[in-house]
Design a protein around this ligand. Structure first.
Ligand SMILES: Cc1cc2nc3c(=O)[nH]c(=O)nc-3n(C[C@H](O)[C@H](O)[C@H](O)COP(=O)(O)OP(=O)(O)OC[C@H]3O[C@@H](n4cnc5c(N)ncnc54)[C@H](O)[C@@H]3O)c2cc1C
Length: 619
C-alpha cells in the first residue's frame, strides 16, 4: 500500500479532529498511562488513576471542552475526540475523567447559569474541585424521573434542604464518591412551597478538605467491582443537608427570592411540563453518552488489533507435506472460521467508528455552531436518539467482540499482560451506565414511532401507546449521517427486487432503509391492534411489543451505520483507499444481512439463493 493511500485511509478514519488523536497518541503512549500489565490492589489502582487525572487536567488539550469565553461552549468536537482516545489508553482513566469533566463538569456547564460557570468551571477544568454526578439511587437507575431524593426550598433561610427519605433513595454506584469527590451534583425532586416541580440538580459539598464527610452527608464505598478498579464508586446519602439557594443549577427552572411583603417564594421555568423540562435537562448531558460509545469503540479496536496481529503471526496445524517439501504451518488467519470471527467485527468497527465521527461532528455543530440554546428542539431530540443508538451499538459490539478476540488468541489471550482481561471486565458495564442498553433501545424505537409528530414529552408509556393506536404509520426514514453522496447513491439505486440490488451501494442503502421502515410500521400496527381494547393495560401492551421495539431500533442502527460508512468510503478520493474501504463496507453489509437473514427471508426481501450468495460473499 502506498504512503498516500495509507495517509488517505488514516484521514478518512481519524475524521475532523485528527490532530487531537495525534496529540493523545504522542503524549499518552507510554506504559505510565496504559492499563497495568498486572492487576493492582484496588487502593493502588485508585491512587494511580487519581494521579493520572490530576496530571491530565494540567495539559492544555484536556481543556478543549471548556471555554475561556463565558457563556460559550469550548471545542466540543475536540473534547469528545479526546475522550474517545482515552478508551485506547485505560478505561478506568476514561471513566474517572468522564465523571469529573463530562458528568460533573457537564452538569455545571449544561444545567447551571453564568454564576455557576464563573464560580466552578475553571476549578473543575484544573482538577481543583473534584466532583460527582449523583443521579442513580438504590431503588432506581433507569427510571430516573421518579427518583426519591428531595430538595426542599426553605424560604425562611433562603436555603435548599437536600434529604434522603428512605434506604432506597441512597445514591449508589456514584463515581468519585468513595474517595475523591468534594462536591456532588445531586439530582432530586425540587419542592417549592409544598409543590414538587420534578427532578432538578443541586450542588452539595460532600467532603471537607481533610477528606471527612460534610455534616449530614454519609459516604459509603462500593468496594471491588468486576472492572474499572481505578474508579472510586460509592454511595451518598443526605440527612437534611442545607445549601444556599444559589446552589440550584437553575438554567431550566429557577426559585425567586422570597417576596418580603407576602413572605412567599416562587418557582419559575420557561418549560411548563415537569417531564419535558427534565428530558430537556437530560438532553444537555448527551455528550456523556457519545463519549461512552466512542471509548468503547476505541477499546474494541485495541482488542481487534491485538487479535488480528496475533492471527497473522501464529501458526496452528500444518499443511500436509505432499512429498514436494512444501508442508508448512497454517496461519490462524488462513482459517475461514478465524477470519469470520475477527474480520466481521472489524468491518462493524469501521462502521461504528465512522458513524461516531459523524455524530461527534453533529454534536459539535449543534452545540457550538448554531448555539445550544437556539437549536431547534426536534433536531436536539434526533441528536439524542442518535447518541443513544451509537452508545448501544458501540458498547454491545465491544462486549461481544472483546470476548471473541480473547478466545481468538487461545491461552495467550487469557494472560493478563495481553490486556483482554482488563478490557473485557472494564468495558462490561458500559452496556449499563449512561443508560442501560435495553432501555435506550426502547427510547430509540419511541423516537422512530414519533418521527413526524413530536407528540411526546417523555417516555410515557400510556401516551406512546395511545399515539400509536391513533395514527397509521407511513414510516419514512430521516437521513442522519448520509450527505450528498448517500443521496446520489440511493437516487441511482436499482429497484429493491433487482438481481444486483445487494451488490450496488445505493441498493444496499435502500434495502437497509426498507428493513427499518417495515419494522417501524409493523411495530405501530402491533401496538394499534393490542391497544384497540379501551381497557388495555399500557404496561402489558408495551411489554408485549418490546421485542419488536428492539428489532426496530436495531434496524435503525444498522441503517445509520451503513449511511456513515457509505458516505466516507464512496467519497474517498484516493482510488486504492476507496477500493479498500468499499470492500470492508461490503463485508459490513453482507454480514449484517446474513445475521438478519431470517428477517429478510421471512419478509420476502431476499430469496433462498440470494441468502446463500450473501454467505458466500462473506466467506
Ligand atoms: C461502575 C458503575 C458506575 C456508575 N457511575 C454512576 C455515576 O457516576 N452516577 C450515577 O448517577 N450513576 C452511576 N451508575 C449507575 C448506572 O447509571 C445504573 O446502574 C444504570 O442506569 C442502570 O440502573 P440500575 O442499576 O438501577 O438497573 P435497572 O434499571 O434496575 O436495570 C436492571 C435490568 O432490568 C432491565 N430493565 C430495566 N428497565 C427495563 C424496561 N423498562 N424494559 C426492559 N428491561 C428493563 C435492564 O435492561 C437491566 O438489564 C454507575 C453504575 C456502575 C455499575
Amino acid at each position: 500500500m502506498s504512503h498516500s493511500t495509507m495517509a488517505e485511509l488514516r484521514r478518512a478514519l481519524d475524521g475532523r479532529w485528527a490532530e487531537v488523536r495525534d496529540t493523545v497518541r504522542t503524549e499518552l503512549a507510554t506504559s505510565e498511562w496504559a492499563t497495568p500489565t498486572e492487576p493492582l490492589p484496588i487502593t493502588d489502582y485508585r491512587e494511580r488513576t487519581t494521579g493520572q487525572l490530576l496530571r491530565l487536567m494540567h495539559l492544555p488539550w484536556t481543556k478543549a471542552g471548556f471555554s475561556d469565553e463565558p457563556g460559550t461552549p469550548g471545542d466540543i468536537g475536540a473534547s469528545l475526540t479526546m475522550f474517545e482516545m482515552l478508551g485506547h489508553v485505560d478505561l478506568s482513566l476514561f471513566v474517572k475523567v468522564g465523571v469529573q469533566v463530562g458528568l460533573f463538569g457537564g452538569a455545571v456547564a449544561g444545567l447551571g447559569t453564568q454564576r455557576h460557570h464563573d464560580e466552578y468551571l475553571e476549578k473543575i477544568a484544573a482538577g481543583e474541585l473534584l466532583g460527582c454526578f449523583a443521579m442513580t439511587e438504590v431503588g432506581g437507575g433507569s427510571d430516573v424521573a421518579n427518583l426519591e431524593t428531595t430538595a426542599t426550598y426553605d424560604s425562611d433561610t433562603d436555603e435548599i434542604v437536600v434529604h434522603t427519605p428512605s434506604p432506597s433513595a441512597v445514591k449508589d454506584y456514584i463515581g468519585n464518591a468513595a474517595k475523591d469527590g468534594t462536591m456532588a451534583a445531586v439530582f432530586a425532586q425540587l419542592i417549592v412551597d409544598g409543590t414538587s416541580h420534578g427532578v432538578h440538580c443541586v450542588l452539595v459539598p460532600v467532603r471537607a478538605a481533610d477528606g471527612t464527610a460534610m455534616p449530614g452527608v454519609t459516604i459509603g464505598d462500593c468496594g471491588a467491582k468486576i472492572g474499572l478498579p481505578g474508579v472510586d464508586n460509592g454511595e451518598l446519602s443526605f440527612d437534611q443537608v442545607r445549601v444556599p439557594r444559589d446552589n440550584l443549577l437553575d438554567r431550566f427552572g429557577q426559585i425567586t427570592a422570597p417576596d418580603p411583603a407576602k413572605g412567599t417564594s416562587a418557582y419559575t421555568s420557561g418549560i411548563e411540563s415537569d417531564s419535558r423540562r427534565f428530558f430537556s435537562m437530560l438532553g444537555t448531558l448527551v455528550r456523556g453518552r457519545v463519549s461512552v460509545g466512542g471509548s468503547a469503540g476505541a477499546a474494541t479496536r485495541n482488542a481487534l488489533t491485538l487479535a488480528i496481529r496475533y492471527a497473522t503471526r501464529r501458526d496452528q496445524f500444518s499443511r500436509p507435506d505432499l512429498g514436494d517439501g512444501l508442508g508448512s504451518g497454517i496461519r490462524l488467519l488462513e482459517y475461514s472460521t478465524h477470519r469470520r470471527r475477527l474480520l466481521i467485527p472489524l468491518a462493524r468497527s469501521y462502521a461504528l467508528a465512522l458513524a461516531t465521527n459523524a455524530l461527534v461532528a453533529d454534536v459539535h455543530d449543534k452545540q457550538v455552531g448554531s448555539g445550544e440554546a437556539d437549536a431547534d428542539e426536534t433536531a436536539v431530540r434526533r441528536l439524542e436518539e442518535r447518541a443513544a443508538s451509537l452508545k448501544v451499538a458501540n458498547t454491545d459490539h465491544a462486549s461481544r467482540t472483546i470476548q471473541a478476540c480473547r478466545e481468538a488468541c487461545g491461552g495467550a489471550g487469557y494472560m493478563w499482560e495481553n490486556r483482554f482481561g482488563a478490557l473485557r471486565s472494564d468495558v462490561d458495564v458500559f452496556t449499563t451506565f449512561e443508560g442501560d442498553n435495553t432501555v435506550l433501545l426502547q427510547l430509540v424505537a419511541k423516537g422512530l414511532l414519533t418521527q413526524y409528530k413530536d407528540a411526546f414529552e417523555s417516555f410515557d408509556t400510556r401516551a406512546m401507546i395511545g399515539f400509536a393506536a391513533r395514527n397509521v404509520f407511513e414510516s419514512a426514514v430521516e437521513r442522519a449521517f448520509g450527505g450528498s453522496i448517500v443521496q446520489r447513491l440511493i437516487a441511482g439505486a436499482p429497484g429493491r427486487d433487482a438481481d444486483n440490488a445487494l451488490e450496488d451501494r445505493g441498493g444496499q442503502l435502500a434495502i437497509f432503509e426498507d428493513r427499518e421502515e417495515h419494522t417501524v410500521a409493523t411495530l405501530a400496527a402491533r401496538m394499534r391492534s393490542r391497544s384497540s381494547d379501551e381497557d388495555a393495560d399500557p404496561a402489558e401492551v408495551l411489554s408485549a411489543v418490546q421485542p419488536h421495539m428492539l428489532a426496530a431500533a436495531w434496524a435503525h442502527i444498522d441503517r445509520l451505520l451503513l449511511e456513515a460508512f457509505a458516505e466516507v468510503a464512496e467519497g474517498c478520493e484516493d482510488e486504492e483507499a476507496r477500493t479498500l474501504l468499499c470492500t470492508v463496507c461490503d463485508l459490513f453489509v453482507y454480514s449484517t444481512v446474513e445475521a438478519n437473514a431470517a428477517w429478510f427471508l421471512e419478509h420476502g426481501r431476499i430469496s433462498a439463493a440470494q441468502s446463500k450468495a450473501v454467505s458466500a460473499r462473506v466467506d
